[in-house]
Design a protein around this ligand. Structure first.
Ligand SMILES: [Zn+2]
Length: 472
């Protein structure tokens, strides 16, 4: 047969044609964020559904959050850009008008799916800019839990120097560790840190997600956000093995509960449609249970709070474990490349299809930042992590101590728990990494970020209290 002339975009157009002819194979997409999910609690015993998904799909073993607070992280996930590029670092009550303006202009993943004919829904309560790009946005499903929490806490946050607990735990016999953790948890009321709420329960969230998929007439894109795993780790007692008052045992119980609900979601989605389903399951950030004196929260740029599970699954993707560095900014370009042949060349993240299929390398280091209770930036390579304070104060506003030091360097090969700061001992390694971090930040830095850095992190009253306590 005579060769026909194929234009350069032949392959892409022909794939779109095949898809057009076979509309039923357009997958439903379910993007699942399990808040504060650590990889080490996703096991066959605690999370059989997620573990199976990781085995049958693509499991990214080295996924790192670009930022450790939910709101700016979701901005990175939706837009494929780092906080340094968008300028969106703030979370919760720290969000500024300027942040909202920037967020309004960023093209979000859900908007790209809507433009492709998907019906888009989110089961999430954050509201505000989080609603953009969705045909349906659930908002808070159970308003009564807001009131319950306010009644219990009085709406005020109390804080205890975490150094005291760290000191106690280091010396306590194992049988008393749980008692100390529980006492601290009750006194510090971390639920109030999140603004006086209790999250919607995973079973209600899944009911709403099932409804979104079942009532969808075209392919559906559903964002599902679970908060059971966030402090205060509200979970039905029967899921907690161990001490039902111990925050860590409750956290693991919440993982068990969420996983069981995800299995139910998966079964119902299967029954509801003949379409295949593409799943993305990930943690937005990790959670600290005492590492570096950080309790029941997710600040700090240590692996406990930035290393997360990340799983991608679709019948056309291979079962594979990927040990290349990946970050949340890669999700939008990967999904758009896979489904729409558009790897979003203008965003910071990269499509991971080449990595998944051919083992292409991604990056040899990840950049992570934080700006909520402290302003720090870090670079993590295979071997080292270097963390530096951005701005004048290294004091954590949440704990009123300096975690780790103004500058930190860890050798992750010999010290994976990041306990021994080698900054004085290895100045050359530290400088080399500091230069790389500096270069990266100077090429990504926006005008908007500059204003985030100028923000007064430590206020005058707190400064005086720290002096009175002898911290300064
Ligand atoms: Zn802290």
């Amino acid at each position: 047969m005579q060769d026909i002339h194929k234009p350069t975009d032949y392959e892409s157009v022909s794939r779109q044609f095949v898809r057009y002819m076979d509309q039923t194979q357009t997958p439903n997409v379910v993007v699942v964020v399990v808040d504060a999910l650590r990889p080490d609690v996703v096991t066959a015993e605690t999370a059989p559904w997620m573990t199976n998904l990781a085995v049958s799909g693509v499991e990214f073993e080295r996924a790192f959050s670009p930022i450790n607070a939910t709101e700016p992280l979701l901005a990175s996930l939706y837009s494929g850009t780092y906080p340094a590029t968008s300028g969106v670092y703030n979370h919760g009550t720290n969000l500024t008008e300027r942040d909202i303006e920037v967020l309004d202009d960023l093209p979000f993943l859900q908007e790209r799916f809507r433009a492709q004919g998907y019906e888009t829904s989110a089961i999430d309560w954050l509201g505000n800019w989080h609603e953009s790009g969705y045909d349906q946005y659930s908002g808070k499903l159970d308003e009564s839990t807001d009131q319950r929490d306010r009644d219990r806490s009085g709406g005020r946050r109390r804080s205890v120097p975490s150094a005291l607990l760290e000191w106690s735990l280091d010396r306590a016999p194992p049988s008393l560790v749980s008692v100390f953790r529980r006492a601290y948890f009750q006194v510090s009321e971390p639920s109030v840190q999140a603004g006086g709420w209790l999250p919607d329960s995973a079973d209600d969230v899944v009911d709403a997600a099932i409804d979104a998929v079942e009532t969808g007439t075209s392919p559906t894109y559903t964002f599902v956000h679970f908060w059971d795993t966030h402090a205060p780790y509200e979970v039905p007692d029967e899921y907690v093995q161990g001490d039902p008052d111990d925050p860590y045992d409750r956290y693991v119980g919440a993982v068990r509960f969420v996983d069981e609900q995800l299995r139910r979601l998966d079964e119902r989605v299967d029954e509801a449609t003949d379409r295949p389903t593409l799943y993305v399951v990930l943690g937005d950030h990790g959670e600290s249970f005492g590492e570096h004196g950080i309790y029941f929260d997710h600040h700090g740029l240590y692996d406990a709070t930035i290393h997360v599970p990340m799983i991608l699954s679709h019948p056309d993707l291979p079962a594979r474990t990927v040990d290349e560095f990946v970050q949340h900014v890669d999700i939008a370009p990967t999904l758009c490349d896979f489904l729409f042949d558009d790897p979003l060349p203008d965003v910071d993240g990269h499509s991971l299809l080449g990595t998944i299929r051919d083992g292409d390398p991604t990056r040899d280091a990840v950049i992570v930042e934080e700006a909520h209770t402290q302003r720090k930036a870090a670079i993590r390579t295979d071997r080292y992590k270097y963390i530096e304070t951005v701005g004048d104060s290294a004091v954590c506003e949440g704990c009123h101590v300096v975690h780790g030091g103004e500058r930190e360097l860890y050798d992750l090969r010999s010290d994976p728990e990041e306990r021994e700061n080698m900054i004085e001992r290895s100045p050359e390694t530290a400088e080399r990494l500091a230069d790389r971090l500096d270069d990266w930040r100077s090429t990504h830095r926006t005008e908007h970020e500059a204003s985030a850095d100028d923000r007064e992190i430590v206020d005058a009253e707190l400064e005086q209290r720290l002096r009175d306590l002898g911290y300064r």
